[in-house]
Design a protein around this ligand. Sequence first.
Ligand code: 13P
Ligand code: SF4
Length: 390
Amino acid sequence: MSTVDLPLLPLGRGRDLESERGVECPGDLPSPSDPDLVARARAAKEALGERVFVLGHHYQRDEVIEFADVTGDSFKLARDAAARPEAEFIVFCGVHFMAESADILTGEHQQVVLPDLAAGCSMADMARLAQVEDAWDALEAAGVADSVVPVTYMNSSADIKAFVGRHDGTVCTSSNAETALEWAFGQKPDAKVLFLPDQHLGRNTAVLQMGFSLDECVVWNPHLPDGGLTREELAGARMILWRGHCSVHGRFSPAVVDELRATIPGVQILVHPECVHEVVLKADLVGSTEFIIKTIEAAPAGTSWAIGTELNLVKRLAAAHPDKRIAFLDKNVCYCSTMNRIDLPHFVWAMESLVAGTVANRIEVDPDTTHWARVALQRMLDLPGRSHRD
Ligand code: 13P
Ligand code: SF4
């Protein structure tokens, strides 16, 4: 038997820079055990003053959220970034696609920094531009492309957003997916939507909020010829769902919902729409991270909740609401590992680099991609109102 020499490529400084682009931190990354990290972060933030604006997604660690000027879901953070033209630097504590969106929506004089470039998103990586272009060619060959309106979830790379912009589509987030789909279906008679890259958000919104049947939703598998679909299946579909998912939310299971209902009297199940359809069907309430937070804030003392979203947020909600019983929806689901890459050492390193005059880990989207992605993002920002699940 022959053996293949497989290199072990742990993530970290100086490893496999070809495939793990950006894991290198030029300069000194502070040690996580440095007792002065908090003081260093405070000092750097103070030194930069109004020149820096720090955004923190709800799934970030407490130690990082502590330093965020604003927190929010991906929709709110995109808007907040766009509303701060006076800040020279936007330090984005979130993941790569969010920092790209911030770069697209901010002015040319502003620079966006992602404290660890290895903070990607496995869902966003499930739709690559070449795959989406192949899918579009196949839809054209099947004679359906003319009626297809592409809609991409915010959790996608800038080049996918640009593709959608070029093809008269829009971006959506978990808090406005219903409004975005209503817009898309209103664009053409007999419109079909190609929904990228999260099949679960697409299916949950189409079926539970828009009244489509499961049969009207087909799944496009980018690893199969013609997405694994026949012409008849494509012709009959209203929603063509890209075969992508969130590796965190996809792990919550309907069995645990049943278990918790049996063990916690009166528990209400509150989940994010990235969860699988079977979990969402069993939940009491479904909505974006902003919706989850507002629901818990408004809940009466003494109520019991089991929440299906990222663990950093659920733990923070439990700590902030000791008068309510807040459980995590699963024993086996853990943090989003890429969100967690932004830790205090990386934050301090990025901030101190700015103080020293170096813009480290800048996220810069090329001008053509920026133009078309902005077209798609602007269509989203122009959508009427926000959904009740905001
Ligand atoms: P929202 O921030 O839109 O709720 O999305 C959740 C998520 O998974 C972000 O990565
Ligand atoms: Fe991506 Fe899921 Fe992590 Fe959000 S929680 S960044 S969708 S892997």
